[in-house]
Design a protein around this ligand. Sequence first.
Ligand code: PMP
Length: 363
Amino acid sequence: LAVSDRISRLIPYQPGKPIDEVKRELGIVGDVIKLASNENPLGPSPAGIAALQTVLPTLALYPDGACHTLRLAVAKKHGVSPDSLIFGNGSDEVIHLLGLTFLEPGDEIIVGDPTFVLYEAAATLAGATTVKVPLTPGDLRHDAAAMAAACTEKTRLVFVANPHNPTGSVISKADVETLLAALPPRAFLVLDEAYAEYVEDDPSLPRALDYLAAGAPVICLRTFSKLYGLAGFRVGYAVAAPDVIALLNQGRSPFNVNLAGQVAATAALTDTEFIARSKQNNDEGIAQLIAGFQRLGLSWVPTRANFIVVDTGRPAKAMFDALLKQGIIVRAFPKDLPTHLRVTIGTPEQNARFLEALEACLS
Ligand code: PMP
């Protein structure tokens, strides 16, 4: 079929393998653990789940297309006006809306390389070009000076995930300022804070909302898929100036955020016990994995997110397959990171099992 280049050039997103598929493919009967998609290993927010009791009797009705209750709760949490928010079927959908709204053929976006693949997908769908700026060698951080130098009058969106996926690294306030200073008129810096809840207590790190409050051309992306443990419900959002949000809203499909997701997300926002427990599990899990990597003589990329990249010194695909045979699903990016694996921080038991399997694969 002849279709536009925008579609034919797209490579469908390849998510982490689902547990059931791995069991079927490899004939594994025992436990399989998935540490591949940066999900919360403690499960969903209990308050979010409890709130779902109210949902079943109203399932015959469309959800609130404006996400009114969730909107007010998120606005209160961030201290922003409700019209500074747009919700999506995951922040994935908001990224697509950014492309649909702000990009045209001939426009450019600037991203780190490697980075989260959906930025490029959104640009390709809009017929725009993705300018990829390599991460710094060795420590795999965004090279803000090189990204700033890549800005031209064609640049419309500069995407920085902070903390970054797939590396877990963070950028500095000075880096954000470098990027903002380089933006041409009509361009935005998209700070994708999918993992920001894990570093919210660190005042030394740049916060998209502070730049937004100061009137900078920033769009902040957030999600309920990570710390809040609600990836299955697909709820994400953007915070931006109300005129930016109004434009994004024009291309949004009417009932894009499902009813259960809205209810669970609203309750999860104030589930303080679960939030604290999830952060603690993450901090302790990072320390546990780093201790294991040290013992195995492996190097890793310092992380501030809920995953860590380890350099196994062996071909990434072979290591991925070997771990899979032991019932552990991780993530490999062989083209970009030939000897690295990205592993989600699990429970203490999952981390221990991963380290044991890793050791076995290395010997
Ligand atoms: N941004 C980044 C940096 C991510 O890692 C992810 C999840 N993989 C997303 C956005 C999308 O999250 P969701 O669609 O689940 O909200």
